[in-house]
Design a protein around this ligand. Structure first.
Ligand SMILES: Nc1ncnc2c1ncn2[C@@H]1O[C@H](COP(=O)(O)OP(=O)(O)OP(=O)(O)O)[C@@H](O)[C@H]1O
Ligand SMILES: [Ca+2]
Length: 909
């Protein structure tokens, strides 16, 4: 672009831009005149640095492109600057790209671009060091108490027994504390590492790009400046760029700006696409202008580190439990302290010879001090006994272990709490397409008029019908067809439904996509979304300037828009009520054999409407039904078994789908969600029906519903909210953008890793990597396992703690001494805690787990049965230990000297 172009005033500018333009000219001309005056001889007008021109020197490839204005362009959303750079087209050609064919994309080209503009990766935030986790562990309340105990114990020990002998107790407590810290720091550190690994996997998004005319999928990290990216609903914008072409594109910029309103992106007013935002509607091609660290998203990602320190609800509950037990311990210790002190100073204690230890002023000060210190040490022991150090540790270990195992079972945990919540799930709401079915679609049935077209019958179709259908398929689509060379296979890209239709049209109807596309100009598009379940296009034929409207979408909805139909011979007939019934039966028949039905409709409209203008709005009625196709999407292997497993485990399974009622019912029956003998009353509803219930009706009927068909994203959300309100713990599985609201609202959201959209994945807590519903059952099993293991551990720990606390308390008060010293207890506690935690954390899920009812929302963590077991066990232990404590000598006829073994005997119990 030359300066002359820049100085020429474009006619379509707004007022402010015109003003900008004229000031630019003023500055430019005055500078030019000054130069002329200075040189007093006109040479050649060269661009001054007061504006930027993209100029490419062929020799050095891209090294001369000024990157700065490109980067700023999208960051500032500066339309003026874009105009300066020659508009979107100017930038596209400056970047040696092409809006239809993309960049060349060979290795050399990509390398050049990476060298000139950088690659689409961002600097990883520094990983947290091991030391960080040690400090974190040191902040723990329990650890602090224990450390205080250690210091006290060390001080008193040395005071009482001298440096050589006296450090044992304090030293051992310190060592024990050290082990606890090391253990939790190591496990947290490793967990953090694991999360980092996971985020590497989940950040590696596949994007659709066009390179050298071929649409293909590449990793987001391989994206370069100049690439043409195809965006569709649910995608994340992978880099900063400009809108090339597309329709009704709306993006959700909330991840960048925090505002949840959708922003419309179009060619003239706002062609800027910001990295990290999500496509909420429509589709488009975009030109990448800056990547990686040059985008705001890149900057943001390099500063935010993923927080793996999340405390799960269960952990929070246990932390609370631990600290309240700690407080009880402190109270008891204080009581003991008071009692022992009182006993000592009132002369109620005796030494070995049977004389009172404390004898008023006759006792030496040193003896008194030692005795008091001894008493304080006993109190400290009780505190140590009371605190269940292992509880939080056990939870961390269990969660970390199960997370790792779940990853091996194809479930990637994004949020740690999901592991434990899944254990209490009572209802799973699943979508159909892509979760229960393979999402590998194929047209298996075709109806034109009232006749079903079999394999060989395609030649019998009248040519005008065939033409119309081909037009509808080729232009009313977001997919694409590519053929590398004459002999090679066709490649189809786009959503599975689109691919199925394109593949059918190309192979069966012998459609030539390229010629079709070239002979029409698109005037208006209505993009497909899950709410409307149809897509439409208005276009003008270049040959005769006729205007056509094409619709395709959910069969019964398209049928409702039609007033005529086209039969096999190409005759257009009226569609009266009776005929409509016949078509409805055809749809029902196809759907009942679990086919997804898509209908095509068409209308040629006048070139000008009454006002003499080109029609702008899509017509939605009075259409001609061209035909219908039935698309087969087979059920996944093993889905039935998985559904049965979940149902056996007492978990309710509901299917919420956007598909037709009959298709939904057929698939639900195939998967075992609906059972042959089942009471069908209220089991299957449609989205609209559910939406229009009163809240009370909804609450009353929701439990019975097994299948909800033709649901919009909002219906899915409504269902989840309703179930949650009823006290269910709801898991939702889904893959599409239409599932995202429900996934977010659910207690546990599970998204599909392969076919799932970015939006769905981001809204979920667990990503199922193999897209298989069977993995949902596995996650359920692991969730229950986590919950059960933690319960076991709580019971085990609390029994020991209650027993030890009681025995020390009783012994301290009655005999004036504690049978188990702090060190002994701590070691026992720790070894039991850590080893016990390890053992219980790594316990595998058993079959019995899936035989229980789900725990649900209201059930307490420590159940009544657990309390019963706990109290009974503790009482038994206390009884045995107290007998040994007080009657042990006579039972085993040992003397005081052999007393040492007593505590060991106690421990063995
Ligand atoms: N590309 C398309 N063009 C036109 N209509 C379509 C297209 N894709 C799907 N449909 C129609 O929209 C309906 C449902 O789409 P929707 O996106 O709501 O559900 P889904 O995600 O495919 O299914 P599920 O909710 O079970 O996962 C389909 O039954 C089909 O009739
Ligand atoms: Ca889906």
């Amino acid at each position: 672009m030359s300066i002359v172009d820049l100085l020429r005033m474009p006619t379509n500018l707004s007022k402010s831009k015109k003003r900008w333009q004229s000031s630019f000219c003023t500055i430019y001309y005055s500078r030019a005149f000054i130069t002329i005056a200075q040189k007093s001889k006109i040479t050649k007008i060269t661009p001054t640095p007061s504006f930027t021109v993209l100029e490419i020197e062929p020799r050095s490839y891209y090294s001369r492109i000024d990157q700065e204005p490109l980067i700023k362009l999208v960051k500032d959303k500066n339309v003026d600057r874009l105009l300066q750079l020659g508009g979107v087209e100017g930038v596209t050609s400056a970047l040696k790209s092409h809006s239809e064919n993309g960049i060349k994309g060979n290795g050399e080209d990509v390398a050049h671009r990476q060298e000139a503009f950088g690659s689409n990766t961002y600097n990883q935030p520094p990983t947290k060091s091991f030391f960080h986790f040690v400090v974190e562990a040191l902040k723990d309340f329990t650890i602090l108490i224990l450390l205080a105990c250690a210091v006290l114990s060390l001080g008193f020990g040395i005071k009482q027994h001298g440096l050589k002998e006296g450090w044992y107790d304090g030293g051992s407590i310190t060592l024990a504390v050290f082990i606890v810290i090391a253990f939790s720091a190591i496990s947290n550190f490793r967990q953090n590492r694991q999360f980092e690994k996971l985020s590497k996997v989940s950040n590696n998004i596949q994007v659709d790009v066009v390179r050298n005319g071929r649409r293909q999928q590449i990793s987001i990290f391989e994206l370069v400046v100049g690439d043409v990216v195809c965006l569709k609903i649910g995608d994340q914008v992978p880099a900063d760029g400009l809108f090339l072409n597309g329709h009704s594109l709306q993006v959700d910029e909330s991840s960048m700006t925090g505002e949840s309103d959708h922003v419309e992106i179009n060619h003239s007013k706002n062609p800027f696409l910001v990295s990290g935002t999500k496509v909420a509607d429509g589709y488009a091609k975009m030109l990448v202008t800056s990547v990686g660290m040059n985008t705001t998203w890149g900057e943001m990602m390099s500063t935010i580190s993923r927080d793996s320190d999340e405390t799960t609800p269960l952990q929070a509950r246990l932390n609370k439990l631990t600290s309240s037990i700690g407080k009880v311990g402190l109270l008891v210790a204080f009581l003991v302290l008071v009692v022992l002190l009182v006993r000592y100073f009132t002369g109620n204690t005796e030494d070995e010879n049977g004389n009172p230890e404390f004898n008023g002023s006759k006792t030496k000060v040193d003896d008194v001090l030692n005795a008091v210190i001894g008493i304080i040490a006993d109190a400290v022991t009780i505190v140590v006994v009371a605190i269940p150090e292992g509880l939080p540790l056990a939870v961390t270990l269990t969660l970390a272990y199960s997370m790792k195992r779940m990853m091996a079972d194809q479930a990637m945990v994004r949020k740690l709490s999901a592991c434990e919540t899944m254990g209490s799930a009572t209802t799973i709401c699943t979508d159909k397409t892509g979760t229960l079915t393979l999402n590998q679609m194929k047209v298996t049935k075709v109806w034109l008029g009232h006749s079903s077209i079999e394999e060989g019958d395609y030649r019998s179709i009248a040519s005008n019908v065939l033409q119309s259908i081909q037009q509808g398929v080729a232009l009313n689509t977001t997919g694409s067809v590519y053929k590398a060379a004459a002999g090679s296979e066709f490649e189809f890209t786009g959503s599975p439904t689109e691919k199925a239709i394109l593949s059918w049209a190309v192979t069966k109807l012998k459609m030539d996509m390229e010629t079709m596309k070239q002979s029409f100009t698109i005037l208006h598009v209505e993009a497909f979304n899950s709410e409307k379940k149809r897509s439409g296009v208005m276009m003008r034929a270049d040959s005769d300037n006729t205007i056509h409207v094409h619709w395709k979408g959910a069969a019964e909805m398209i049928l409702a828009m039609c007033s005529h139909y086209c039969d096999l011979s190409g005759t257009i007939r009226a569609l009266d009520a009776e005929e409509k019934m016949k078509f409805e039966q055809i749809i029902e028949g196809m759907a009942a054999s679990s086919l997804r039905c898509i209908a095509f409709a068409h209308k040629q409209i006048p070139e000008e409407d009454e006002d003499g203008e080109v029609p702008r709005k899509m017509i939605v009625n009075g259409l001609v039904l061209l035909g219908m196709v039935g698309i087969k999407d087979p059920c996944r292997n093993g889905v039935k078994k998985a559904v049965e497993d979940c149902q056996y485990a007492g978990v309710n399974i509901k299917m919420i789908t956007g598909d037709n009622v009959y298709t939904a019912r057929a698939i639900a029956t195939e998967c075992g969600i609906l059972r042959p003998g089942q009471n069908m009353d209220g089991a299957v509803v449609e989205g609209v029906e559910f939406r229009n219930y009163t809240p009370e009706e909804r609450m009353q009927k929701v439990d019975k519903i097994c299948v909800m068909a033709r649901s919009s994203p909002f219906d899915k959300l409504l269902m989840v909210q309703c179930l949650k309100q009823k006290g269910h713990v709801v898991a939702v599985t889904g893959d599409g953008t239409n599932d995202a609201p429900a996934l977010k609202e659910a207690d546990i959201g599970l998204s599909m890793g392969i076919q799932g959209t970015e939006v769905a994945k981001e809204s979920s807590d667990i990503v199922i990597l193999d897209d298989n519903f069977a993995s949902v059952a596995t996650v359920l099993r692991w969730g229950r396992c986590v919950y059960a293991n933690i319960q076991k551990f709580i019971q085990f720990q609390l029994t020991v703690n209650v027993a030890a606390l009681a025995i020390n308390f009783v012994a301290a008060i009655s005999a004036g001494e504690v049978p188990l010293t702090a060190v002994q207890l701590l070691w026992v506690n720790l070894i039991m805690d850590t080893l016990g935690a390890l053992a219980l954390a790594t316990e595998q899920p058993t079959k019995e787990l899936m035989e229980k009812r789900p725990v649900g929302r209201t059930e307490p963590l420590i159940t009544n049965v657990m309390w019963r077991n706990l109290i009974a066990q503790a009482l038994y232990q206390i009884a045995v230990l107290l007998t040994l404590q007080f009657k042990g000598e006579s039972i085993f006829s040992v003397t005081k000297q052999e007393n040492l073994t007593k505590s060991e005997a106690g421990r063995l119990v």
